[in-house]
Design a protein around this ligand. Structure first.
Ligand SMILES: Cc1cc2nc3c(=O)[nH]c(=O)nc-3n(C[C@H](O)[C@H](O)[C@H](O)COP(=O)(O)OP(=O)(O)OC[C@H]3O[C@@H](n4cnc5c(N)ncnc54)[C@H](O)[C@@H]3O)c2cc1C
Length: 433
């Protein structure tokens, strides 16, 4: 039986920063990770068929985020600002837009008037009903479903306001991929004495005050004074018999109830490498409109959202399916999703599917709802979230702690920054920093 001071379950951003901070503070720490790799929902692949590293999970730094930037600086990792215009395809014609969400000021104005929180579907029904508001309803629903991967019948209006007010146009990518940040956190943790156990699924946590026993899938047990659970919300919300599920003995029913009330969305990501940028083939569209090259492309196609790698000029393009549309397609095989991707691009660029297929060099599909140790993509705020997060973040008998992107309070929710900050908050509770 292995004995340490603190067991951390999960080696994603939250688990890794906890491991680094707690090991550096002199604790004997063990990270137990179900998968054969570290990083969790940060998953970078280097493939020679692709011009740049392929990000199957997190890709952008959404704004000037303090902790992410501090860590990158500390590690000497370069990052660069993304560029490119926003193109919206409307009935086969591209329109260049200034913002992801053009009527945002009207929405913010109404959101600011709310006294009590309500879900987005009800907010739209109350304040933007009627034919005159059809465009706002469509755009806001698209934003909440597509960007937050959320269900409008559950997502919080208060959180939406916070998100819209906190929006930062500066977005960045990490040179060499997000995995560089993961490697930095793991390396500093290791140097401070932290040990990692991969391919080890925690199935049960037996505990009493000041003592925990984490049991893995083979029945081996690991003992500590405290445990930090950083597994994704989707895993904690899943049914008892599903892989990754952790049974707490005795049960922590109030925490589980709070966990169940949080929102968790799904995403399917599709990365395609062509011989040449598609907008080069679509000559008629280019010459008619004289546009800046596209950073983001929005459309009504089955796979509606796409982005390029600008300012890096290459022929990689990423498709994004989130929220209810991802739920509808989540059980489709990868081949069908690639076919739908090519059909969508064929509509968007007015090119035949055969032409696109002949120029395709490589493809990756990652369906996060099918990943048994994620069971989805990232969290969103429901009307119940505020109270629920308070319950989850209160350590149980100073023995069981939680950390992860889902428990962060603030407009960065659902991001790597959220996971890092929440992990740091939990570590600081233990170190009493
Ligand atoms: C498709 C996609 C795109 C995204 N894009 C961005 C983006 O551009 N920018 C951004 O900032 N964020 C983005 N995110 C969100 C970001 O990736 C996450 O918020 C963040 O990485 C979560 O970190 P975490 O430590 O909370 O959880 P995770 O990274 O999920 O770590 C939890 C770990 O727990 C492990 N685990 C699960 N069950 C068990 C078990 N029973 N026993 C042991 N280990 C277990 C998992 O394998 C995993 O490694 C994206 C996410 C997805 C899925």
């Amino acid at each position: 039986m292995t004995k340490v001071d603190i067991i951390i379950v999960g080696a994603g951003a939250a688990g890794l920063i906890c491991a680094k901070e707690l090991s550096e503070a002199g604790n004997k720490v063990m990270v137990i990770e179900a998968s054969e790799r570290i990083g969790g929902r940060i998953y970078t692949i280097v493939d020679n068929h692709f011009t740049l590293p392929v990000e199957l999970g997190a890709e952008f730094i959404h704004g000037d985020l303090p902790l992410t930037k501090q860590l990158l600086k500390e590690a000497g990792i370069d990052f660069y600002k993304i560029k490119g215009a926003i193109w919206r395809s409307q009935s086969g014609v591209f329109v260049e837009e200034d913002d992801f969400f053009e009527d945002v000021d009207q929405v913010i104005k109404q959101l600011k008037k709310l006294d009590t929180d309500l879900n987005i579907a009800d907010f739209l029904a109350q304040y933007f009903s009627g034919d005159g508001h059809a465009k706002i309803r469509k755009t806001l629903t698209g934003f909440v479903e597509g960007y937050d991967a959320a269900d409008t019948k559950k997502a919080s209006s208060f959180a939406l306001l916070q998100e819209l007010l906190g929006e930062d146009d500066n977005q960045y990518r990490i040179k060499g991929g997000y995995t560089k940040l993961v490697d930095h956190l793991a390396d500093t943790g290791r140097k401070a004495g932290c040990c990692f156990k991969l391919q080890t699924v925690v199935t049960e946590v037996r505990w009493h005050k000041g003592h925990v026993e984490a049991i893995d899938q083979t029945g081996v047990s690991y003992t500590a004074k405290k445990i930090i659970v950083t597994v994704p919300l989707g895993v904690l919300q899943a049914a008892k018999e599903s892989p990754g599920h952790i049974n707490f003995s005795p049960a922590i029913s109030d925490v589980q109830k709070a966990i169940d009330s949080l929102g968790y969305g799904i995403v399917i990501k599709l990365i395609l490498q062509f011989e040449e940028p598609l907008w080069n083939y679509a000559k008629d569209i280019q010459s008619k409109k004289k546009k800046k090259e596209p950073g983001f492309l929005f459309s009504d196609a089955v796979i509606p959202t796409w982005w390029t790698q600008l300012p890096e000029k290459n022929a990689m393009i990423t498709g994004w399916i989130a929220g209810p549309q991802a739920a509808r397609l989540q059980n489709e095989p990868d081949e069908k999703l690639i076919r739908l991707g090519l059909e969508s691009l064929s509509v968007i660029f007015n090119l035949s599917r055969e032409t696109l297929q002949s120029k395709l060099i490589g493809s990756y599909i990652f369906n996060w709802s099918k990943n048994e140790f994620a069971k989805g993509a990232y969290s969103y705020e429901t009307v119940q979230s505020k109270n629920a997060k308070r319950i989850i973040m209160e350590p149980t008998e100073k023995t069981i702690y939680f950390a992860g992107e889902a428990y962060h309070e603030g407009p960065e929710r659902g991001t790597v920054e959220a996971a890092l900050r929440n992990g740091m908050e939990t570590a600081c509770k233990i170190i009493k920093k």
